[in-house]
Design a protein around this ligand. Structure first.
Ligand code: FAD
Length: 318
């Protein structure tokens, strides 16, 4: 293919990470219907945690590569990336989470550390990614390195971007359901609240009896959450917010009636039975590299996936 144009569709964490990786080798154009702060990625808190994502054999490799990259970003002022302790909580005695072995640092929580109602917990050291800082950081980094960003007034059709001598990188998240007509993509609705001020140092997560998590950030604290399959509703539900507050206040006593609830936020995780990361030759001189379906782990996998996208683009050119 002679000097193909590289077009990334999607301005969430997947699209921006791929665009940044690709621009180390090629000029890159990024097109997106929504840009930060209006993508699903902006609604995440976020931290490394492989939630609702498959296939495990590939996910492990992507997590490792992403953690390595995040550790480098900790040094960059304003990136919003730090290391944090995460306490994974269980109502019954439980083995360590299967991904704990991928981390440099994890241990069993002492009984004194456990909030009431939990019999077991593990303390993991993970990258925390503050999206209000990290998403603009990614966007600026791409543009400062010469990348072109175009916001489109409406969602694009695949045929509009699959032009001759073009490689399209499809990072459309939940939008992939329409963009490339993939009916395997479905929403896993997540609702969270921003409360202030910053409470605790530790991230708390439990998946049972109900999904609950607390993510302290520099300017607020995110409490969650929900994981509602096939629910497309982007409006926050106040009753759900009250239930989240109640559950999280049992885990963290500092969360109480004096806490200031600032906003309620909803995002649609791009669910799929597994991440779709593969190249598809759509015509003699146009290839599309798909990278979507990251469920609740788009940040967790972002750099590992971007590396693989880059390899597939290079293979398509040679
Ligand atoms: C409440 C919540 C909490 C979460 N917490 C975490 C966490 O702690 N850790 C973690 O790793 N993950 C977390 N996630 C999951 C993570 O946010 C997603 O996996 C990730 O945002 C997906 O990123 P993406 O770039 O693939 O998609 P998106 O962020 O949705 O970006 C898709 C982009 O494609 C564009 N687009 C779509 N269709 C078209 C089209 N036809 N034409 C042009 N542009 C199009 C959109 O406008 C957008 O720019 C959370 C999600 C939610 C909702």
């Amino acid at each position: 293919m002679p000097d193909p144009q590289i077009v990334v569709v999607g301005g969430g964490v997947s699209g921006l990470s791929c665009a940044i990786r690709l621009q180390e080798f090629f000029p890159v154009r990024l097109l997106a219907h929504h840009l930060p702060p209006r993508t699903t990625s902006d609604t995440a808190a976020a931290f490394v945690y492989p939630y609702k994502v498959e296939p495990w054999e590939r996910v492990q490799k992507w997590i490792m590569a992403s953690i390595a990259e995040f550790k480098g970003q900790i040094q960059i002022k304003g990136s919003g990336v730090t290391m944090a302790n995460l306490m994974d909580l269980f109502v019954e005695e439980s083995p360590p989470p299967k991904w704990a072995d991928l981390l440099e640092d994890f241990r069993k929580a002492t009984p004194e550390e456990l909030p009431d109602g939990f019999k077991c917990g593990y303390v993991l050291s993970v990258p925390k990614i503050e999206t209000p800082l990290y998403m603009p950081y990614l966007l600026n980094r791409f543009q400062d390195n010469g990348g072109t960003v175009e916001r489109c007034e409406r969602p694009l059709e695949l045929a509009e971007v699959c032009k001759p001598d073009t490689i399209v990188v499809n990072c459309t998240g939940i939008g992939a359901r329409d963009f490339c007509k993939d009916e395997n993509v479905y929403p896993i609705r997540g609702q969270v609240s921003s409360v202030g001020p910053t409470l605790s140092e530790t991230i708390y997560v439990c998946e049972e009896p109900e999904l609950s998590y607390i993510v302290p950030r520099s300017a607020d604290c995110i409490i969650g959450g929900t994981a509602e399959v096939d629910n497309w509703d982007l409006e926050p539900d106040l009753e759900t917010s009250m239930k989240i507050f109640h559950r999280c206040s049992k885990i963290l006593k500092e969360l109480n009636l004096r806490s200031e609830v600032r906003s309620h936020i909803v995002g649609l995780r791009p669910g799929r039975f597994e991440v779709r990361l593969e190249a598809e030759k759509v015509s003699e001189n146009c290839t599309i590299v798909h990278n979507y379906g990251h469920g609740g782990a788009g940040f967790t996998l972002s750099w590992g996936c971007a590396d693989e996208v880059c390899q597939l683009v290079q293979a398509a050119i040679t």
